[in-house]
Design a protein. Structure first.
Length: 353
């Protein structure tokens, strides 16, 4: 089966990471959540690296229980040197394979899904992270945990943009706690395994990554809007519409993630996102209007029951650390990224949600 992901995106990522990619040559890499939005891109990047760049192929072992992988995850294409195993990472993974890299990207990332599956959300971040850290400890592998910008909670405005050193403002109760607190404990586990067992751990805190490959029924803000656009219906903006976000196009994000996986300093956490522009959700609709060249009707509505209220008011990364240590530099402008994303959703979404 052929990929639904744009080949030009994969090519762009490969071009940008060529100089560091050779360290994957001949290695074994365990990737959890490899059938999700980000995981499927990783797999296709590794497959392209194998075909075009690496002296020896990197062998990828994908673990995913498909809980939120959706249709695109269930029907993802297969590639040489990529082995898929349907496995729930809250259970130990027994294997004789020795891994050089363990990348733990399994998680329940969409607020709609974690509202419905709070226990699974907490467990994949805690038991799942612990199980994967055990493998990294056994094999002396480099370990990378996908945390989230949500670990900062609802930030004090004087700490926006958020630096990695900001401790955050998170509630341990409420509809978002299963995700936020799970990721915080996952980070604590990374800290413990690094400090006490000498595991080379890194933590990535992604800030709203978007792009082709997001499922139509994912229910994050941009798939929601793309869906309404396709159906020619007004956009629903939850709450006041004044809450701010930043949006990082997928190619920029994957380059940053790979830089952390391959070159991150042991024990360190990195914000990966695009700090510019920080915009309200209402302004995001204005951007989409410009991209599609027509006015879009919008309804400001109460949060539906299916969506966890108590949203953080602001979200904007300080990326100096990744810039200085890893030469991470997002280059895709929001209007360009939106145009690329909406061209893809226009061709693939049905507009039924
Ligand atoms: N995409 C973003 O903007 C973003 C932002 C912050 C954090 N993250 C984190 O990055 C990671 C990847 O995000 P994504 O957008 O690809 O999410 P996604 O929901 O598209 O994919 C996650 C994958 O993990 C799998 N999974 C969940 N629980 C599992 C379990 N117990 N065992 C095995 N597999 C399991 C799901 O089936 C899914 O395929 C997640 O951990 C997420 O929390 C992503």
């Amino acid at each position: 089966m052929t990929s639904l992901l744009p080949s030009s995106d994969i090519e762009e990522i490969i071009q940008r990471i060529q100089s560091v990619a050779q360290s994957l040559s001949g290695k074994n890499l365990l990737l959890t959540g490899g059938r999700g939005f980000l995981g499927r891109y990783f797999v296709e990047c590794f497959a392209r690296l194998n075909a075009e760049v690496l002296e020896e192929p990197v062998h990828i072992y994908v673990l995913d229980n498909l809980i939120t992988a959706g249709e695109l995850g269930r029907t993802a294409p297969s590639f040489p040197n990529v082995t898929f195993l349907q496995h729930n990472v809250i259970e130990p993974f027994d294997t004789d394979i020795t891994f050089d890299y363990v990348v733990h990207a399994a998680g329940i990332a969409s607020p709609f899904h974690y509202r419905a599956k709070p226990i699974e959300t907490l467990e994949v971040a805690i038991a799942g992270t612990r199980n994967m850290l055990e493998i990294a400890k056994r094999d002396h592998a480099r370990f990378c945990f996908f945390s989230s910008s949500e670990i900062y909670g609802d930030p004090d405005p004087k700490h926006v943009p958020m630096q990695e050193s900001y401790r955050g403002n998170v509630s341990c109760q409420g509809p978002r706690a299963c995700y936020d607190e799970g990721k915080r404990v996952g980070e604590t586990l990374c800290y413990i395994y690094h400090e006490h067992f000498g595991v080379h751990t890194n933590t990535i805190r992604p800030f709203n990554v978007y792009g082709p490959g997001m499922q139509e029924d994912d229910y994050r803000v941009l798939p929601n809007f793309a869906n309404r656009l396709k159906a020619n219906m007004p956009f629903n903006v939850y709450g006041t519409g004044n809450q701010t976000r930043t949006f990082c196009y997928l190619t920029d994000a994957i380059v940053g993630f790979l830089m952390v996986i391959l070159r991150g300093t042991p024990g360190e956490a990195y914000n990966i996102g695009n700090p510019k522009p920080e915009i309200s959700v209402s302004e995001l609709v204005d951007y989409i209007e410009k991209v599609v060249g027509r006015p879009i009707e919008r309804n400001i509505i109460e949060y539906p029951d299916s969506y966890p209220a108590d949203e953080p008011l602001r979200r904007c990364p300080d990326i100096h650390k990744a810039r200085i240590q890893l030469e991470f530099d997002p280059v895709v402008l929001l209007e360009d990224g939106l145009a690329r994303f909406l061209a893809w959703t226009d061709a693939t979404y049905e507009g039924k949600i």
